[in-house]
Design a protein around this ligand. Structure first.
Ligand code: ADP
Ligand code: MG
Length: 328
């Protein structure tokens, strides 16, 4: 691998933002910035706020390294702004970012490509003014049901309720009793107007790292809590990470090829992390593709990269290289 900076451009490390994942993003941003500095890049830290256009101009940013997570940093919005400004950026483009951030749309694309998803249903919050109209428990043309007039899921408990477009397990809950569903959904709607109810897959959780056209490897996450929630993700010692995952070779091969297929199905670029649950009889179910995975030195993608022989700095440099290549 060629050493030395792959670009002389001034790199803005975009971090922070206004999403629920602001704190995590700042941690990723600081780690990336430090590595870029050590690698000899001309880098500057940029905390993304409403004045982002002015700051990019003032700081003379010519390439953006995205350390944003969730919200407008991950859903294609910031990618669109950078595209309009003619500033190349790391990771996926507008379309892939928007598709991957939306768990309803991405599930539909996964299914189209034959990638298994857990049984699920989508519920949209009804407009308040229509609340008292006659009961209607049918879905609309896109298969979406309206809250509060929805049928019970046709698949067995336990269920997972999650916002359609969030990250870091924010707003994700596990439902063991059907009677708890309604109040849980009411709470979940505070994270957005659409939510997903899906079957809880009892099994191993495996995350696969992808860089460009290659699978870097995988990690099994074993949270000490009920599932890999916010606390288990960001409190040290709360989760055990096993590399390589303790799954048989055949399943491992299947999951890795599925990860690559999912990365391409959503038209992702650069680095992504694809999350799976492995259910009974080693059947994998894809949960999501993360287009801006956590990038602190102890985050999962860097851990996976390390096992593939790429140090944190090597990974950062590869991500810059992909951004420069995309631009050419
Ligand atoms: N269907 C499911 N079965 C079992 N656990 C799940 C399921 N869906 C989500 N989880 C748990 O919740 C976590 C977060 O869910 P995920 O869909 O990846 O949302 P986020 O974008 O917030 O990371 C997962 O890492 C997993 O631990
Ligand atoms: Mg996830």
């Amino acid at each position: 691998m060629k050493k030395g900076p792959v670009t002389k451009k001034r790199i803005g490390v975009l971090m922070g933002g206004l999403s629920a994942e602001r704190d995590v993003s700042i941690r990723s941003g600081l780690a990336i910035y430090q590595s870029l500095e050590e690698l000899g890049y001309n880098a500057v830290l940029v905390d993304v706020g409403k004045d982002i256009m002015a700051v990019l101009k003032k700081e003379k940013v010519k390439l953006a390294f995205l350390a944003l997570h969730g919200g407008t940093g991950e859903n294609g919005a910031i990618q669109g702004l950078l595209e309009v400004l003619g500033i190349p950026f790391t990771g996926s483009g507008i379309l892939a970012s928007a598709l991957a951030m939306d768990k309803e749309v991405s599930k539909k694309i996964f299914s189209f490509h034959g990638l298994p998803v857990a049984p699920y249903m989508v519920i949209k919050k009804g407009k308040k003014t229509k609340k008292s109209r006659t009961e209607k428990k049918e879905s609309d043309k896109s298969g979406v049901f309206q809250f509060p007039d929805y049928p019970m899921p046709s698949f067995d408990l336990p269920w997972v309720v999650k916002p359609a477009a969030e990250g870091s397990s924010i707003g994700v809950s596990i439902i063991k009793e059907a009677e708890d569903l309604h109040s849980c959904m009411e709470k979940t709607f505070s994270h957005g107007r659409r939510l997903i109810i899906e079957k809880f897959i009892d099994g191993k959780e495996v995350h696969i790292g992808v860089l460009g056209d290659k699978v870097l490897g995988g990690v099994e996450v074993r949270p000490s809590l009920e599932f890999y929630n916010y606390e288990a993700k960001y409190t040290s010692g709360m989760t055990e990470y096993i590399m390589p995952p303790e799954i048989d070779e055949e399943t491992s091969g299947i999951v890795e090829s599925m990860a690559l297929k999912a990365h391409h199905a959503l038209q992702c670029s650069g680095a992504t992390r694809v999350d799976f649950m492995i259910g009974e009889e080693n059947s994998p179910y894809i949960l999501e593709v993360n287009t801006l995975p956590g990038m602190t030195a102890t985050s999962l993608l860097p851990k996976i990269a390390k096992s593939a022989g790429l140090s944190f700095k090597d990974l950062i440099e590869e991500m810059v290289r992909f951004a420069v290549k995309e631009e050419e």
